[in-house]
Design a protein around this ligand. Structure first.
Ligand code: CTP
Ligand code: CA
Length: 224
């Protein structure tokens, strides 16, 4: 049998990509979110499709334009994103968690707009579900790719996260670096596996980061 052309490395693979920031409601008009633009996740989705994959995008709050001609399943909270991923998890071959999932949410989302009262307001926040960690515990054929944005101790935190969440690859970027992180068109990432650093990439377009990442992932999936 012929080997697939290198451009079709993900032919026949079902890939879920999450993108953007989750939205955690406080009341009907207020919420907590973050600066994630969705660009990195959208780039991965676009490139995965170019590589032949059957791609499902699950996105929270984004400011970037989604890849042309691709459907986006829109979600709000971390819990919503978790449920959406779960619906497509069973027969999926790869999950890329590029979304910036909120770590905490308001303890209760009140149904009516909060009224102004005293001089201070205490908000109680509770932990959200860790989507990646929870799926890491139950993965079978699924190849798991996590992301981490760090401002310090990149290597240590990246490796800890990869272990804790049982990822096959973890993509870490130092968001204090020029040309890396939220909202930019470029990124500079370190890619880790269980044994440590796999590749340290210089600043490049997010599309190029996606191509390099997915080439590594595709090669490793084939061994499984
Ligand atoms: N993630 C997730 N669910 C969460 C939080 C994070 O699935 N509730 C995923 C992210 O999508 C990312 C990876 O876990 O792929 C790492 O996210 P990160 O925020 O860096 O890790 P945390 O475990 O939340 O640790 P911290 O924020 O303290 O650095
Ligand atoms: Ca976090």
């Amino acid at each position: 049998k012929d080997k697939p052309a290198s451009s079709q490395l993900l032919q026949g693979r079902k890939v879920i990509v999450t993108a953007g920031g989750t939205v955690e409601r406080l009341d009907p008009v207020r919420y907590i979110t973050n600066d994630s633009s969705g660009k990195m996740g959208f780039a991965i989705a676009r490139v995965a499709r170019q590589m032949g994959a059957d791609v499902r995008i699950i996105a929270g709050n984004t400011t970037a334009a989604p890849p042309e001609g691709m459907a986006v399943e829109q979600v709000g909270s971390a819990q919503d994103m978790y449920e959406a991923v779960m619906r497509h998890w069973e027969d999926c071959n790869m999950l890329v968690m590029a979304a910036a999932v909120a770590d905490y949410r308001p303890k209760e989302a009140v149904p009516t707009k909060l009224k102004k009262q005293g001089d201070t307001l205490q908000l109680e926040l509770v932990k959200t579900v860790d989507i990646l960690e929870s799926l890491g515990q139950r993965k079978k054929q699924q190849f798991l790719v996590g992301f981490a944005a760090e401002t310090e101790q990149l290597d240590r935190y990246a490796r800890e996260k990869l272990e804790r969440k049982n990822c096959d690859l973890l993509v870490a970027n130092d968001v204090t670096m020029e040309g890396a992180g939220f909202g930019t068109d470029t990124n500079a990432v370190h890619i880790y596996d269980r044994n440590g650093l796999v590749e340290q990439l210089p600043v490049m377009s997010k599309d190029e980061v996606a191509r390099r990442l997915l080439a590594i992932a595709a090669a490793r999936m084939d061994k499984a």
